[in-house]
Design a protein around this ligand. Structure first.
Ligand code: FAD
Length: 383
């Protein structure tokens, strides 16, 4: 067993950290206030491979392993929750399904643009009446001659207004159970696609999430991604991998909260000494650091299993569940350590606290991840 990163992974981590310190972290408050990601930073991301983390080099990506991708997500999360979330959705939810199941033609059509740093991609699963229960998907795709005709609505779709293409879960068969669904690539400039303004939300303000409607949208039959009827299975595999990345993002957010807590508690004085000199505050810092380290190890463990070609669904859900809840605790305690200033917009904690809150909701709520873990545990037990 070796807990050391490879030299390559360490160098990459250092490069991403210094990029984030320079190009992302100083602008995180502005991104939150304006509700817009920093396009200048996005444009520089292809140089580091951040917009095509696991996309093959032939299509403009960096072809990194899952551990390197997790390192990048942690650094992005540490610098800015909005940027981290949008980059996670772009890499894991849009690029990866195309890498995994796209034909050569689809990869050639979509990936070079997606890795250009000019756009970000999306995955559309959630609908107004179904989120966790994807079997409730109502968006319908019907064949008509050489085209799919798509009608329906999606909600909470991250990056939709920045995306040239949206990987969309559609119902393609009426009564085929879990085989009723397929993934279809829908270009956003097709007639009948309407993207509403960004939804007002609690945090991650710079990462736009939208309601979409599809009204008789026509795309060629060969915009089908992978096999017809396999959509739900492909989504579950996509989410397994995405949960490692969300876990890494949570570690980054928790790390940011922790670093702010250390900084503040070593400067602020109360009862004749710094806050950090009080044992009650030291215990909070110790608990935060321990949970961050445990979360980071779970993320690396899941990423490592994925890179080895081992089953990793349970580990990915464990990593996402644990880190999203540890991140919430870290943000809570870090804000508490800041006292009234923690509640002020003048300090980053208020933003981090809002940004982290969605991490136990998106890409499988904590409840759904507990269900996944329990199902896998019971399968392993032969139950
Ligand atoms: C900022 C943000 C960005 C998002 N980005 C995207 C995106 O890019 N693409 C996309 O498709 N979606 C996206 N989502 C949607 C997200 O994936 C869903 O919100 C999430 O899957 C939960 O679905 P829901 O909101 O419909 O809640 P519901 O499924 O209605 O669940 C409500 C509550 O009930 C619980 N629950 C549901 N079923 C069970 C059960 N069987 N047992 C116990 N508890 C249960 C849930 O855990 C939750 O607590 C985003 C959401 C947010 C907030």
């Amino acid at each position: 067993m070796d807990f050391k990163l490879t030299d390559e992974q360490r160098l990459f981590q250092t490069a991403v950290r210094s990029f984030c310190e320079r190009e992302i972290k100083p602008y995180a408050a502005e991104v939150d206030e304006t509700g817009r990601l920093r396009r200048e930073a996005l444009a520089k991301m292809p140089d580091l491979g951040l917009v095509g983390l696991q996309v093959p080099e032939d299509y403009g990506g960096a072809n990194f392993d899952s551990i390197s991708s997790a390192l990048a997500m942690e650094e992005l999360g540490r610098a800015c929750g909005s940027t981290g979330l949008s980059l996670e959705a772009h890499n894991e939810l849009c690029c990866m399904p195309i890498v995994r199941w796209g034909t050569e033609d689809q990869k050639g059509r979509f990936l070079p643009r997606l890795t250009s740093g000019e756009v970000l991609g999306s995955l559309a699963l959630t609908e107004p009446d179904s989120g966790s229960d994807l079997m409730g998907t109502q968006t319908r795709a019907v064949k008509d001659g050489g085209e799919w005709v798509i009608n329906g609505a999606k909600v909470w779709i991250t990056n939709a207004s920045l995306a040239p293409v949206i990987v969309t879960l559609c119902k393609t068969e009426k009564d085929a159970g879990s085989r009723s669904f397929s993934l279809i690539l829908i270009e956003t400039d097709r007639a009948g696609v309407t993207i509403a303004p960004p939804l007002p939300k609690m945090g991650t303000h710079g990462s736009p999430a939208h309601m979409l409607t599809f009204s008789d949208v026509r795309v060629p039959l060969d915009n089908l991604l992978g096999q017809e009827g396999r959509g739900l299975y492909m989504v579950l595999e996509t989410l397994d991998s995405g949960r490692i990345a969300v876990g890494a993002l949570c570690v980054g957010l928790a790390q940011a909260a922790f670093e702010e807590a250390v900084r503040y508690s070593t400067e602020r004085r109360a009862f004749g000494k710094t806050l950090a000199d009080h044992q009650a505050i030291q215990f909070k810092l110790a608990d935060m650091a321990t949970q961050i380290e445990a979360g980071r190890l779970l993320v690396y463990r899941a990423a490592w299993a994925k890179d080895q070609g081992e089953p990793y669904s349970k580990l990915a859900s464990m990593a996402k569940l644990f880190t999203s809840e540890a991140c919430e605790r870290a943000a809570f305690e870090a804000l508490q350590i800041h006292g009234g200033y923690g509640y002020s917009r003048e300090f980053p904690l208020e933003r981090i606290y809002r940004d982290q809150r969605m991490m136990s909701i998106g890409e499988g709520t904590s409840e759904i991840n507990r269900m996944v873990i329990a199902r896998r545990l019971l399968e392993e037990a032969g139950a």
